[in-house]
Design a protein around this ligand. Structure first.
Ligand SMILES: [Fe+2]
Ligand SMILES: [Fe+2]
Length: 183
């Protein structure tokens, strides 16, 4: 097994959440009030699953191996991916602050929420596409197979440290929102 098998499995889950967010963004644009508790839960998924765990695997396990086996630290595909993780964090902060404003009754924050959702979805859809189609193919050429096996196990270890309970909780959230927004 390769680290990309683990990372692409995460991508599938993140892509489901991006589909849900797209729908929620469209609903806000149609002047429907977002369910703020749901947005809070989605922000938690983005912060813990998509960023801390998934981007954590990329930033501490996969990208360091790419750099070790010859990818440049600057102006390279992995450097662009690192930059995009940072941009994504900014959009998540924007979503969270729009939710706080909405909770205080500032109705015009709905547009800010829709904007941050749309920006995040667009960024992450392209980001995942670039990793799946470009970055991982480069990694397969650069990183020797025995090292790939070790990196795959390191990714699995991060999953187990993240905790089965937490994985389960986010899987249930995905199923529940998928049924509501994507059925
Ligand atoms: Fe990434
Ligand atoms: Fe990724």
């Amino acid at each position: 097994m390769k680290p990309k098998d683990n990372l692409m499995h995460d991508h599938k889950k993140i892509e489901v959440m991006l589909g849900i967010l797209t729908k929620i963004g469209e609903n806000i644009r149609k002047h429907q009030n977002p369910v703020l508790e749901e947005i809070d839960q989605i922000i938690e998924f983005l912060r813990l699953f998509a960023d801390k765990l998934h981007h954590g695997k990329e930033e501490t396990i996969y990208f360091p191996a790419l750099f070790e086996y010859g990818m440049a630290n600057e102006n390279s595909p992995a450097a662009v991916m690192l930059f995009e993780h940072e941009v994504g964090r900014g959009y998540i902060r924007d979503m969270a602050s729009a939710v706080e404003s909405l909770k205080k009754g500032e109705k015009n924050a709905a547009n800010l929420l829709a904007e941050s959702i749309e920006s995040y979805v667009e960024l992450m859809e392209n980001h995942i596409l670039k990793e799946n189609t470009i970055l991982f193919s480069i990694g397969d050429k650069l990183i020797p197979p025995p090292k790939q096996e070790i990196l795959y196990k390191d990714c699995q270890l991060m999953d187990s440290k993240f905790g089965e309970d937490q994985h389960q909780r986010f899987n249930e959230l995905l199923h529940q929102l998928e049924k509501k927004y994507l059925a």
